[in-house]
Design a protein around this ligand. Structure first.
Ligand code: AMP
Length: 184
């Protein structure tokens, strides 16, 4: 079965006109979960940081709260790497840096622990879905403020018609998604 067949579409959620791409049906199925986690992890096995040769390969996986945590941690575990959460405001207990970003209605913020990523460290950014790209763009700018080097922005799902993929490419990011849905 292809990965997109594990994703359920719920029309008009959370409001009329939105086609909600529900990943809970994918998570529920061991094959769907494996396809999603391995689909991203397999692309990066070769560039994983090797502690012995200090070649400076991929060193960490970064996930965006909350659905990015589900896939990001499993991918980090598969690659034998650590995981860094980008969290909603006030959730991280240590010193943080943060970035505000606009949503369709209102605004939001994501935060990162100071010192979680070493300057120059290579990271893989993971989230479940990219739509307008506002969230991922804030994550990219925050990671760059921390002087991380982003190897790739990886998503299980992309909605390319909403412009987020282009938005990240305009920031010179490499973007990859496992499946795409046309429209919104
Ligand atoms: P955006 O900042 O517009 O790219 O939206 C990113 C976040 O909103 C993702 O992490 C998704 O979890 C969620 N999201 C946006 N649109 C949808 C959608 N149509 N279906 C499911 N989740 C969505």
């Amino acid at each position: 079965m292809s990965l997109d067949s594990f994703i359920r579409t719920i029309p008009d959620h959370p409001k009329p006109g939105i086609q909600f791409r529900d990943i809970t049906t994918l998570l529920l199925d061991p094959e769907g979960l494996r396809l999603a986690v391995d689909g991203i992890a397999d692309r990066h096995r070769h560039d994983r940081h090797d502690r012995h040769d200090r070649s400076g390969g991929l060193g960490l996986v970064v996930g965006i709260e909350a659905r990015g945590f589900i896939f990001g941690t499993a991918i980090a575990y598969q690659l034998g790497l650590g995981f860094v959460p980008l969290r909603k405001p006030g959730k991280l207990p240590g010193e943080t840096i943060g970035r505000d970003f606009d949503l369709e209605y209102g605004s939001d913020r994501i935060e990162l622990h100071v010192g979680a990523i070493a300057p120059g460290q290579k990271v893989l950014l993971v989230d479940d879905l990219i739509a307008t790209g506002g969230t991922a763009e804030a994550a990219v700018l925050l990671l760059r403020e921390a002087q991380a080097e982003i190897v790739e922005c990886a998503f299980v799902i992309a909605l390319p018609d909403l412009g987020g993929v282009k938005r990240l490419e305009q920031l010179d990011c490499k973007v990859h998604s496992l499946c795409e849905f046309a429209g919104d």
